[in-house]
Ligand binder design. Sequence first.
Ligand SMILES: NC(=O)c1ccc[n+]([C@@H]2O[C@H](COP(=O)([O-])OP(=O)(O)OC[C@H]3O[C@@H](n4cnc5c(N)ncnc54)[C@H](O)[C@@H]3O)[C@@H](O)[C@H]2O)c1
Length: 259
Amino acid sequence: MEKFSLKGKAAVVTGAGSGLGYATARRFKAARAKVVMADINSKTAELAKELGSYFIKTDVSCEADVENLMKSASEKLGGLDIVVNNAGIICPEELLENADKNTYQTLFNVNVMGVVYGIKYGQKYMRDGGTILNTASNSANGDYAGYGPYIMSKISVVGLTKAAAIELAPRNIRVNCICPNTIDTPMAYVDGCETELQVMGIQTPLARMCKADEAAALYHFLAADDCKYITGEDIYIDGGLKAGPANQMIDAILTSLKK
Ligand SMILES: NC(=O)c1ccc[n+]([C@@H]2O[C@H](COP(=O)([O-])OP(=O)(O)OC[C@H]3O[C@@H](n4cnc5c(N)ncnc54)[C@H](O)[C@@H]3O)[C@@H](O)[C@H]2O)c1
């Protein structure tokens, strides 16, 4: 068997109209999977056409949309093997002292309920032995002041991943989540998230953002049948962030202390 081939596998990727989701859809296609690209943005239809994939317009925070997505994708592709619950949003930095219920609710609806619905209906139409991949974030391990709503949502994705891994193990369906550091996608440049953009390169041992293709490679690895014994994991792709302080950060601190 060709190593890490996805030949014949049927995949759904949400948030596939940009950034990480698009890179993952492209990578899956290159590995010979059949792919349905789902996004709230209708312009994704053009990208899907270019890739030779299907587009299904979907708001992942809407249960009926996600049910329709998984049902229609399984009809188009002849069943489902891989579901990537990747669509997500971030909000401008908001300290807890200014906590606004609407911000929390919006992030919860998309980043958490989008994954809940993706698991609920993804598994329903999935063949036994399939796999579900959820996009969390390194924020699941904590992040900057003002990231409370986003951190809350991404820690929830880790929890849901573990719950689903246990529930779906009897069907040999593996469920994992990926926790990337800042990725060079439009989300990294959202107004109101400037702190992250300014300091992440100093704070990260590898001293740069992750590229979308580098993160997509991890989804490919986890989706392949070669990877049959990994489930229930939160896997970090963070340029060494969790390992310890970056040399350049230590140098910057020591230099400023000498002033
Ligand atoms: N970029 C980063 O720094 C970073 C880091 C860690 C984790 N993430 C996570 O990676 C995932 C992908 O983000 P990205 O960086 O590619 O961002 P992006 O903004 O480039 O792409 C997100 C895509 O999701 C779609 N989307 C938004 N809301 C949706 C909804 N309700 N229903 C369906 N689609 C919706 C958007 O239209 C867009 O195409 C997100 O879950 C994000 O939280 C991003």
